[in-house]
Design a protein around this ligand. Sequence first.
Ligand SMILES: [Zn+2]
Length: 311
Amino acid sequence: MGDFPARTLAYSAGPLGLLSMTGHADIYAEIADQIASALERGVAPWRKPWRGRGGGLPRNPSTGRAYTGVNWAILMCAAWERGFSCVEYLTYKQAQAMGGHVRKGEKGTRILIMKPVTRKNPREGQDADYLMAKRATVFNLDQIDGLAFDEPETTIEPIAAAEQLVADYLASGPALRVGGSAYYTPCEDSITMPALGRFTTPEAYYSTLFHEIGHSTGHPSRLDRDLKVLGRDHSYAREELVAEFAAAFLRAHAGIVDGWEVEQSAAYLAHWASKIREDPRLLTWAASQGQRAADHVLAKRRTGGERSAAA
Ligand SMILES: [Zn+2]
């Protein structure tokens, strides 16, 4: 399973290469341990709903940006573990700059940041751009005094948003069929789903569909992941985690906070935990792949204007 670490980060690096990660193995081990212990206690932290600003996505209220990839998993996990009331986080300095202060004795959460640096390429001897992995510490808004935010109205209509997201993706994506259970068939590029009425709520239907859509982004015509693992036992955790993460990102984008109908069994979660412990970089890889998968689906969203022009 040692074949993806470099690629993991090359993905998040985009066109940039990745600076040697030597000495950073502990970063991955620490992150993997945090998530694996939540799974061992029977909780997939990304399945815990968060209401509130930012649609339940961990975000930074200073930059207005969402925390992505593995940081999203770390911060969801921290909020669940420590009982925070929201998933918004600031660095110590950002809190200060916004007129707040981190309460004395509060322990921050360590996230992973990729810093662009320029270094000499050892082979070609020329300067090249790289990404360097570093740790940063952030604090939840619950740990910071003196900050006040106006609650903006949320205007998102979750089911309508989910319907639109699915329609836009399927317009040029896989076929959708009705069947007895939910699965994705790579060779046919088709998603099979039980009818909407077979689910207790529309939220549950879309949560399941988002998971299968997550798998479908791995098709060779899209992000081209290895889908041969689907339905096989060994290395199943890899692709399953990607689909899990993609579904969680898409749910957050559609504003869905309920509806994970299929609760994973403790044995299933323990299986993931052992895979993550076996290869601590699996989690970082799966989170960045899940993010890419969700971004791919979200990129298919058409604006109202385009839609009427196309109709
Ligand atoms: Zn699956």
